[in-house]
Design a protein around this ligand. Structure first.
Ligand SMILES: Cc1cc2nc3c(=O)[nH]c(=O)nc-3n(C[C@H](O)[C@H](O)[C@H](O)COP(=O)(O)OP(=O)(O)OC[C@H]3O[C@@H](n4cnc5c(N)ncnc54)[C@H](O)[C@@H]3O)c2cc1C
Ligand SMILES: C[S@@+](CC[C@H](N)C(=O)[O-])C[C@H]1O[C@@H](n2cnc3c(N)ncnc32)[C@H](O)[C@@H]1O
Length: 733
């Protein structure tokens, strides 16, 4: 099992060069790290030469050992000058012991030529948590995928996702000091994951590395090493024509890695070219999905039954975003941290920061102890002392305020009357306008938006999906039949009605918000209310959340009017599982006001007017969204009926889905955070691209997970819905 939390690099700075205490080795040459990188890896792989006449859409580098990022930044620096037109650089780098943010920043500062290239890396540099973290450099047509995991796990991911390299940079520490990275199984995977013409370069000339790479199927040459180094290795993947007879035989016997993706989670094979895609729903899930599909080159039609964009749960004037953390780092927290990283990244990438206010979110905790636990769980270095027994809170997890993930100790005191509460502050979090964001995302040349269009039925017909759509856009409603190669259901709790028999357990949960202004406050508390407003700029989050919402912030041009007086205190939101009432309810508002009073000690007037908005969340039982292909329940129940007996996974046939049918639903109470990453995942399924999540996280949000969980139980112990489904499907056969 992979560890969620990684151990950061134990660095000492010796004459301005980082030195690894644990591996007793340096990260780069004391003589000239930049020249060393250029000589060893960039020239070693003949990158600049190859870029001159390059005509593929992507140049893929895979590096073993990210370290300080010097190799990456040097490659980007050269790419900036010599990049071929219409080609993207994808640079994947594997690292098990990431530098702390502070050490990384210090290392990068050694190279002034990276001043303009490095900021995105410094801003989005991930936490030392296992995962795949993407950082885009859009102006340079480049992407960095940081694979924070052991090299063996990363190579497994690379192989199982069919990722291939044009150039390998083998830059683990010296083989004598770090055997883990230099293994025959790793060399074999490099060879299996190489494009024809792929090259490799490494600073070492160790005999067993040379022999191992040759055995794996590379033609290897020795070359003079950089500076004092006598020799290094460069290589090229052997083709059947130029491989020696011995090597040809060996490469045929290459041990294949166990792909380890269970049969029931194998992604669908894309059988035909997808020309047209329908996205149903223009909320945050639909808009992000449509944008990412359109960006990937698909032609997308977005249908929404409402007359305006994002009129469902995403129609609140504001929604807050912050990472969902728990003391124990589990799949849910990992997913939401990845999603939060992607959200902050994409707000910049799609120029959406104009619709967000990163005023900070202060998440209140039950006790000081709980706040400490949270900070410790996500700090870069494990605590050196037992902070629980000390009176001081641990310091914040980062010194760099520009970084995406910052968490700080904080307290909340609304007024003299109220006691102090401990919490953790996320300075980069805040609130944003989902509707404005959806509107901007849907404005793309590859997207056709059809408002007032309700999809009422889906039918599989001649290798396509036929959508029956009610068009309400004119006075007379018309029904249209429209065909698409693929359908993405982003219509939240309404998805079930359009899906074939399925088991996707989720519930609809009503939420009501309200707004407070000074006139809603009892006279004796008006001063306290003003204090609360003056003292707290950030979102305060307890059982409810509250923040000063700038009424004008949806309209960029009127933002100049921004002033405290033009703000209202936004209160959100009730969580009601037993009500389907669409109108505002007095009792729901009262519930919010009582919680506000308990939190702030401030009394509101008993005759406060009813205001706010009602929406419905769609919440899955495990609080994760459902993102991916729709399983064919009959085939699943049939193929995996023996699963509960514990038969080995390889005995089962691969999963069967409804071809071209996908869902991106059940974003629960955190759709703003979860949507951007989920949209990427859907796009990766449809384009056959590698997943930007680890396989475990892809499976954690896979729509078949609930069915599989049931099938692993004894038939008599399964949920009634699954039993019914089994019976219904058997009878309809
Ligand atoms: C009161 C409240 C407060 C919330 N606060 C926050 C918050 O602060 N932060 C946060 O992250 N999340 C918050 N959430 C949750 C968040 O709003 C949701 O997770 C998110 O909006 C879900 O987005 P969605 O696109 O999946 O669904 P929706 O926004 O509901 O979009 C579904 C769309 O599908 C359309 N549709 C449905 N059926 C059809 C059909 N057959 N044909 C055509 N169109 C169809 C609907 O009209 C709708 O526009 C809150 C939710 C509520 C209710
Ligand atoms: C020489 S340094 C890499 C230098 C780096 N390329 C740079 O530009 O700074 C070697 C790196 O390999 C990493 N490493 C060592 N063992 C590893 C393993 N088993 N899996 C992944 N990374 C590993 C180390 O943490 C270290 O960062």
């Amino acid at each position: 099992m992979m560890q969620a939390r990684l151990t950061p690099a134990n660095i000492e700075w010796r004459n301005d060069v980082p030195y690894s205490v644990d591996f007793d080795d340096i990260y780069f040459s004391r003589q000239d790290g930049f020249e060393e990188t250029r000589y060893t890896f960039i020239d070693g792989n003949q990158c600049i030469e190859r870029w001159k006449n390059y005509n593929k859409s992507c140049f893929s580098v895979i590096e073993l050992g990210f370290g300080t990022g010097l190799n990456f930044l040097s490659t980007l620096w050269h790419w900036q000058q010599f990049r071929p037109d219409n080609t993207k650089l994808i640079y994947r780098s594997i690292e098990k012991f990431p530098l702390t943010h502070q050490d990384l920043t210090k290392a990068i500062q050694l190279w002034p030529m990276f001043n303009t290239l490095a900021p995105p890396l410094i801003e989005h540099y991930p936490l030392p948590l296992q995962g795949i973290w993407k950082i885009a450099f859009p102006e340079l047509g480049a992407e960095l995928h940081l694979m924070w995991m052991d090299v063996q796990d990363a190579l497994h991911h690379i192989h199982s996702n069919n990722i291939k390299a044009d150039a390998w940079y083998l830059d683990g520490f010296a083989p004598a000091k770090n055997k883990d990275i230099w293994q025959q199984a790793a060399f074999n995977t490099l060879s299996m994951s190489s494009y024809p013409e792929a090259t490799l370069a490494t600073f070492t000339a160790a005999g067993f590395v040379r022999r191992g790479l040759m055995e794996a199927g590379f033609n290897i040459e020795k070359r003079k090493g950089f500076g004092q180094k006598r020799e290094m290795l460069i290589g090229k993947i052997a083709t059947p024509d130029n491989a020696s007879e011995d090597r040809r035989n060996t490469s045929q016997q290459k041990p294949t890695l166990n792909k380890k993706i269970p049969a029931w989670y194998q992604p669908p094979t894309l059988k035909k070219t997808i020309n047209s895609i329908a996205v149903i729903g223009s909320g945050i899930a639909g808009a992000t999905t449509a944008q990412k599909l359109a960006e990937a080159g698909f032609t997308v039609t977005v249908f929404d039954q409402a007359s305006t964009i994002a009129n469902g749960a995403s129609g609140n004037s504001s929604g807050i975003y912050y990472p969902f953390l728990s003391k124990d780092i589990n799949l849910t927290t990992q997913f939401f941290l990845n999603a939060y990283h992607r959200l902050l990244h994409d707000l910049g990438y799609y120029d959406l920061n104009q619709y967000s206010h990163s005023v900070g979110v202060l998440k209140l905790c039950e006790s000081k102890h709980q706040a400490e636990d949270l900070i410790n769980a996500y700090s870069e270095k494990p605590p050196l002392t037992d902070v629980a027994s000390s009176n001081d809170m641990p310091t914040s997890t980062t010194q760099d305020a520009n970084r995406w993930f910052t968490i700080e100790k904080a307290t909340f005191k609304s007024s003299e009357k109220n006691t102090e509460r401990w919490g953790v502050l996320f300075p980069k979090s805040g609130y944003l306008s989902p509707q404005s964001i959806c509107t901007q995302l849907l404005n793309h040349k590859n997207i056709t938006l059809k408002l007032n269009h309700k999809v009422i039925q889906l039918k599989r017909l001649r290798e396509q999906w036929q959508c029956a759509v009610n068009d309400y856009s004119s006075e007379v409603t018309t029904e249209k039949q429209l065909s698409f190669d693929a359908i993405i259901l982003c219509n939240s709790f309404d998805a079930d009605a359009l899906l074939p028999d399925s088991f996707l357990p989720a519930i609809k949960v009503r939420g009501q918000t309200s707004y407070l202004s000074e006139s809603d406050i009892e006279n004796e508390d008006k001063t306290s209310f003003r204090e609360l407003v003056e003292l707290n700029d950030s979102v305060i989050c307890d059982h409810i959340y509250m923040f000063l919402e700038n009424e004008y912030f949806h309209n960029k041009n009127t933002q100049k009017k921004h002033s405290k007086n033009k703000k209202r205190l936004y209160l959100g939101a009730t969580f009601e599982q037993d009500s389907a009432e669409e109108k505002l309810l007095q009792k729901s508002q009262q519930n919010l006001l009582s919680q506000f009073e308990a939190l702030s000690g401030i009394k509101t007037k008993s005759d406060k007017a009813l205001n706010g908005r009602v929406g419905f969340r769609y919440c899955s039982v495990d609080r994760l969204p459902m993102v991916g292909p729709v399983p064919n329940a009959f085939e699943y129940l049939n193929n995996y009926r023996q699963l509960w007996k514990g038969a080995p996974e390889h005995r089962f046939s691969t999963s069967e889905y409804w071809p071209g049918l996908y869902i991106n639903i059940a974003h629960g109470a955190r759709g703003i955070t979860s949507s951007f990453l989920s949209a990427s995942l859907i796009t990766e399924y449809l384009s056959g691209a590698e997943f930007s999540l680890t396989n475990r996280l892809v499976q954690a949000v896979h729509p078949a997970r609930f069915l599989i969980k049931e099938l692993k139980k004894h038939p008599s112990a399964r949920l009634a819905k699954v039993k019914q489904l089994s019976t219904a499907l058997t009878h309809s056969d």
